[in-house]
Write a protein that binds this ligand. Structure first.
Ligand SMILES: O=C[C@H](O)COP(=O)(O)O
Length: 303
């Protein structure tokens, strides 16, 4: 019962933009048992095998995808073609579209102009703010977010400072995310934790909590550029933070696994995990996305 009563500490903290270190430490003092999580992961994997035979579930996966290209040689032509594919990912079904198209900041204007010229609407996500390292001055990160939103991005994917996180400086993690949330204006903020570089599950939980407190609309596992990207283990921990925030405040923060998710079965493992931890109400593109460059090809084989 106690957990259903909004925790005014956290709630007020979020909207006053002040970071209370003691409250943060108290809230995030948790131990995660990898063995126990591994047991649950086996269950999610078994459930995904069943879901794979259900075409309606595969169709939903297509709609969760942030169809991504993040390459140094991306051109206007490439992102326009990707946008067309995100608008109609299944050639025989014009009613389905992907969650968003996701490109580098310099390509956002190409996508926005292409959509306008064709009279189409689609979420445009972009990986602004010094992606993927995050090793840039906050001032330039803020400016990059502002410029990218001005070019037409409706969703901004930023990455936290791993240097601050690994040093236990959660206030800096919070302050940066908070500043970047303000820079987003009306655009949604997805905060990438780069979990493959955070070393411990405790750090993953703390990074999730700091990002949620700072106003992130989504928390996302990885940039796709770390040597270890999305895993079910970190997804479990991140979804526990999302669940806890919902218990305390009634607010729903979205979840986006990204990086290295190439098969429909892998995508459905995340669906099974979310179903168990957060429930069916999280299984829609408003609250669940999968960042992926090649997953769609595999989904088409299952339809
Ligand atoms: O955010 C999206 C990821 O960068 C995509 O990663 P991927 O190319 O491994 O699918």
């Amino acid at each position: 019962m106690a957990t259903l009563i909004p925790n005014l500490f956290s709630f007020v903290q979020k909207f006053n933009a002040k970071f209370d270190e003691k409250a943060f430490e108290k809230e995030t003092e948790k131990n995660f048992n990898s063995q126990q999580i591994a047991g649950l992961i086996l269950q999610y994997k078994a459930q995904a095998k069943d879901l794979l035979h259900n075409k309606a579930e595969v169709l939903k996966v297509v709609q969760y995808i942030d169809l991504t290209t993040l390459a140094g040689d991306d051109t206007k032509d490439r992102v326009e073609a990707l946008t067309d594919r995100a608008l109609k990912p299944i050639p025989s079904n014009a009613s389905i579209h992907c969650g968003a198209v996701c490109v580098y900041p310099q390509r956002v204007a190409d996508v926005a102009k292409h959509l306008k010229a064709n009279g189409k609407k689609l979420n445009i996500a972009s990986v602004a703010a010094g992606f993927p390292s995050g090793q840039y001055h906050l001032k330039s990160k803020v400016l990059e977010v502002e410029l990218t939103v001005a070019d037409g991005a409706t969703e901004i994917d930023i990455v936290i400072s791993r240097a601050a996180a690994l040093g236990g400086d959660w206030k800096t993690v919070y302050d940066e995310v908070h500043a970047l949330k303000q820079a987003c204006g009306k655009a949604h903020l997805k905060t990438i934790l780069a979990t493959g570089e955070l070393k411990t599950l405790s750090n993953v939980y703390k990074a999730s909590w700091a990002s949620i407190l700072a106003g992130s609309d989504f928390i996302k596992t990885s940039t796709g550029k770390e040597s270890v990207n999305a895993t079910l283990e970190v997804a479990y921990v991140m979804c526990q933070a999302i669940k806890r925030w919902h218990e305390l405040t009634g607010e729903k923060v979205g979840f986006k696994p990204a990086g290295g998710i190439k098969t429909t079965e892998e995508a459905l493992e995340y669906v099974a995990l979310i179903k168990e931890i957060l429930g069916d109400e999280w299984l829609n593109p408003e609250l669940f996305r999968i960042g992926a460059s090649s997953l769609l090809d595999d989904c088409l084989k299952h339809l």
